[in-house]
Write a protein of this length. Structure first.
Length: 696
């Protein structure tokens, strides 16, 4: 049998690729007309990857040599996918194509001109662990062994130095703005930063950030290098441009200085990573930096229903700093998004669990449902409810709430109080203190055992002088202080107060010194305090937290993922999609986060985060507002609806009110009238605005 390839003519190009038939009008225009500087505003679900692949294929089919094309992405996975799909489309391998992540292309470019930087072409690259070890050596040299316990640990130092490089902000200014608790260490941190750079140079190594900063330096300061690459790359394409930092934007501008064929693809509405150094200003200012730039829009959405897009468009219209887009759906309407009103966080958890169970019984794969939240602490009550009901779930891009290290740290003190013979708890708690390693922790526990295992007398009066050296003894005394406080008569069997006491007496400082996201971790612990408030005794609380199999990692999840519910922060969910999305915790001060309320720029990023969450849904979207929550500082507080809900026109959603009554009803949806119109409404047979849902 003979095979024939049908060749088509596209302008002056003879090709077997059906560009016209495989692209919509907006995509086709980008693929065939994007000459010169071009900004492609690709809305959520609009096929931007497909457009980039076909544009690359179009250039190659037109005869542009692969070595004259540069394609840059943000992940190796994206780069590999684009190369693979392009080869499938072309039916051949475009040898010589420059493609990969910014760091990959930077590494390749720097090695060709390493001598200009005073490095050998075979310089080494420090991975994250290597970098941290080198910084640790620098910290030790600058501060000696007697440094303050509140001094940033090497991992935090690494984050500060990296963020400084990627934002172009000095470490001094960065500390003033984001790490004010380290203000008294500014001089030492500066010394460590300079010593770290010196040691890298002496050892002939670079870290990941150097692959960008030194690449930029070459292009800025060595005209011959800049001219060489700018002349070579006739066409430059950049994916996810809204996530670029100032280094990456400057590099792209310089590489495109000869031919000017710079095609950047992105969506300002999905710029949500400023905490990593990404600058939404890069994409917003592109037309100003390139006055002759053409702006294309991909607004045909292949993911969501019209009803979901109406809500997302309505919300985003409130942002001032943006390119206006109006996403249009190709999918039919299914149901209008639901604004679900619940009494509190426990009713929120019960609603999610019940709704997931119901839709699963109706044939919807549980793996096609995701619960999204602004911050991890918002999942605490939900995870407990899912575990209680035996609903398997996974936390995407992270670990379960109560399995996080900082949560287990604070709970380990309570475990000692509940069971003084818990050796693992002693060893974990003691290891948090300077000077106490595994060996000394074991000696301290052995001393406790030999004293008769009576906790109260031991922590109040037992001296370990002569048993452990002075530095370990100092750590032990700090541990004893905390234990005395949480076992005092002022905290009789009160787990919430115990946890707060641990946080306020040393562990809060430990978080600041050891984690660059210390504020988020502190929020997590405060949520455990709120959660523990519901328990009448320490034993009941620990039983619920520590004795459930799911919280020990024994998860009966479906390996295929189809029978497993997805839980995720919204940041982790970007780029993904599910049939059903439930966004929880939509209360003012929670989402948007209270820390964003004082800045218009931060508030607009929070609104973009809400937009990203909404547009993950293909068919069903539930926006859940808990009307109250317990706060460890203020007690029971009323939670206003998130402004992102208040801003919406009521026509873009319907309100569901959740009833927590356990009285039997004919239907899980109950109308105020008590008749059967709730059934009609559920199946779309009536014209009603609200649903009242009965929780099991």
């Amino acid at each position: 049998m003979k095979k024939y390839i049908l060749h088509r003519t596209l302008g002056d190009i003879e090709t077997h690729i059906d560009f016209r038939g495989n692209l919509n009008d907006q995509q086709y225009e980008v693929v065939t007309e994007a000459e010169g500087p071009c900004l492609v505003l690709a809305g959520a679900g609009s096929g931007k990857t497909r457009t980039l692949i076909y544009r690359l294929a179009y250039l190659l089919e037109r005869g542009v040599p692969p070595r004259n094309i540069l394609l840059m992405t943000f992940t190796n996975k994206a780069a590999n996918e684009m190369r693979s799909r392009t080869e499938q489309l072309l039916k051949y391998h475009p040898s010589g194509l420059w493609s990969g992540t910014f760091h990959h292309v930077g590494n390749r470019s720097i090695r060709m001109h390493a001598g200009e930087l005073g490095f050998s072409p075979d310089f080494g690259i420090l991975d994250a662990d290597d970098s941290r070890d080198l910084i640790k050596a620098c910290v030790k040299k600058v501060t000696g062994k007697s440094r303050d316990n509140a001094f940033p640990k090497p991992k935090v130092m690494q984050s500060i130095i990296s963020l400084s490089v990627n934002t172009g902000v000095s470490t001094e200014d960065l500390i003033e703005d984001r790490y004010s608790h380290f203000r008294k260490f500014i001089k030492e941190i500066g010394d460590i930063e300079r010593l770290y750079a010196q040691k890298k140079k002496e050892s002939g190594t670079m870290d990941y950030d150097d692959l960008l900063s030194k690449w930029k330096w070459l292009l800025e300061n060595v005209p011959s290098v800049r001219k060489k690459f700018a002349d070579q790359f006739e066409y430059i394409m950049v994916d996810e441009y809204q996530d670029t930092n100032f280094l990456q934007a400057d590099i792209v501008d310089m590489l495109g200085s000869s031919h000017g064929n710079v095609l950047v693809v992105g969506d300002d509405a999905q710029s949500i990573y400023s905490f990593r150094g990404a600058r939404v200003e890069n994409i917003l200012s592109f037309p100003r930096r390139f006055p002759e730039a053409r702006v294309f829009r991909l607004e045909v959405n292949y993911r969501s229903t019209p009803d979901i897009l109406n809500l997302a468009n309505e919300s985003l219209s409130r942002n001032r700093e943006q390119f206006r887009k109006d996403l249009r759906a190709v999918n039919p309407s299914i149901e209008i998004p639901a604004l679900v009103e619940v009494d509190d966080l426990y009713a929120q958890a019960a609603f999610v669990a019940q709704r997931v169970t119901e839709t699963s019984k109706e044939g919807a794969g549980m793996g096609q449902t995701a619960v999204l939240f602004r911050a991890h602490y918002q999942s605490a009550e939900l995870e407990m409810e899912l575990t209680r009901r035996g609903i398997p779930y996974v936390v995407r891009g992270g670990i379960r709430f109560f399995e996080q290290a900082h949560i287990k740290d604070v709970l380990t003190y309570l475990r000692i109080v509940s069971n003084p013979s818990d050796e693992a708890a002693w060893l974990r708690a003691l290891s948090l203190y300077p000077g106490i390693g595994p060996g000394y922790a074991s000696k301290i526990y052995a001393a406790f055992r030999s004293s008769g295992r009576d906790l109260m007398p031991f922590i109040r009066s037992h001296s370990l002088s002569g048993v452990v050296p002075p530095r370990a003894l100092k750590g032990y005394e700090a541990f004893r202080k905390v234990m005395r406080l949480i076992t005092s008569s002022d905290l009789p069997d009160a787990p919430a107060d115990m946890i707060e006491t641990v946080l306020e007496n040393g562990y809060g400082t430990y978080l600041l010194a050891n984690f660059d996201n210390a504020r988020d971790r502190t929020d997590d612990i405060h949520e455990v305090v709120n959660f523990a408030h519901e328990y009448a005794s320490l034993r009941d609380f620990l039983n619920d937290i520590t004795l459930r199999e799911s919280f020990k990692g024994e998860v009966n999840a479906d390996p295929s993922g189809e029978g497993t519910l997805i839980l995720s922060t919204i940041h982790q969910a970007k780029g993904l999609e599910w049939d059903t999305v439930m966004v929880i915790g939509l209360a003012e001060g929670q989402f948007p986060h209270s820390r964003a309320l004082g800045s218009e720029a931060e508030l607009e990023e929070e609104r973009r985060l809400f937009y990203v969450a909404s547009t993950r849904a293909r068919k069903h979207l539930y926006l859940i507002h808990p009307a109250s929550r317990y706060d460890h500082r203020e007690g029971m507080v009323f939670c206003r609806r998130s402004r992102f809900l208040e801003e919406l026109d009521p026509s873009v959603y319907e309100t569901w009110e959740v009833s927590s009554s356990t009285a039997p009803r004919q239907s899980r949806f109950q109308e105020d009238t008590g008749d059967n119109r709730d059934i009609e409404r559920y199946f779309g047979l009536g014209d009603f605005e609200d649903k009242v849902i009965e929780l099991d």
